[in-house]
Write a protein that binds this ligand. Sequence first.
Ligand code: MRU
Length: 365
Amino acid sequence: MQVNGTPYRCIWLEADKRTVGIIDQTKLPHRFETVSLRTLNDTIVAISDMLVRGAPLIGATAAYGVCLGLTEQSKDCSDTHLEKICAALIAARPTAVNLRWAVERMRSLLTDLPPEERVEAAYQEAALICDEDAQANESLGEHGLKLIRKKYEETGKPVNLLTHCNAGWLATVDWGTALSPIFKAQQAGIPIHVWVDETRPRNQGAHLTTWELASAGIDHHLIVDNSGGHLMQQGKVDLCIVGTDRTTCTGDVCNKIGTYLKALAAADNNIPFYVALPSSTIDWTLEHGAAIPIEERDQEEVLLVSGLAENGEIQKVRIAPEQTRAANPAFDVTPARLITGLITERGICKPNKKSLLSVFPEYME
Ligand code: MRU
């Protein structure tokens, strides 16, 4: 995607072919700053402090974290050190399965190689993970585009979409998940308008999705998280598309907190509710969404709100009394029965095991 006319991916290798570049997403939309990751610890902090976030991008970053862990001062490529690196990365954030998926993929490739070949192989594999993610997201965008086009052909009016959190290109290596069909629709000249949930507490909708849509010239309104149900009752939403951090093989979808409420409102109003995901987000080991670990983040994210102050500085302000405590579960699970379909890189399927396996037969036991 483009930032002020310059093509960007969300993660890249710098000129020395060792250092990893990322966009610091905690500064958006106010400042566009890039950061260099040089060590395993830099990577873990970038993931846990959410300089990078979004399930596929966390996975890609962790893959490069393995590379950085192997090339640090000690240059220790032993099995023991590799195990330590992988365990530390997997612990950085618990919910998005792409993190575990990418680290396991790196580990299984590298353990079969002699230690002296591991660094080069790790960098090659991390680059492949990034390329595959960008390709998968572009493909799922083409499949999702068909839904938007169909709606436009039925009504002849601009298609009103609702999305939650940020599932745009910033959440992936490129293209995004839920926003990929939206970018494709814009490119295809289909008139669209997007309702963007602000997505408290970290406001990924307000900070990131709006920034992406504005940069792409896509018509949108920012709405508070509680507006969606009302807009649906008013007939102002044609289609909901969200991303996911982990989807079970039975089609239960874990995504940013608040997704479940939107799915309930969509079901009550007969509005199609789609989830867009690359297959790296499917957890083939889990049958029930209730088994997905839900990240509980720091209460300060709820008690303080970050924004641009009049002096031009990014500042945090407290919105509750000093003595108030906050709970901050970062994700929730939407049961498969509330989901219309899963938009994957191989096509759209129903949120159940049979339909998922028909698209990904290689996971049949
Ligand atoms: O806490 P975040 O910002 O990492 O959460 C991101 C989301 O919930 C996205 O919807 C999800 O990762 C899918 S987007 C590709």
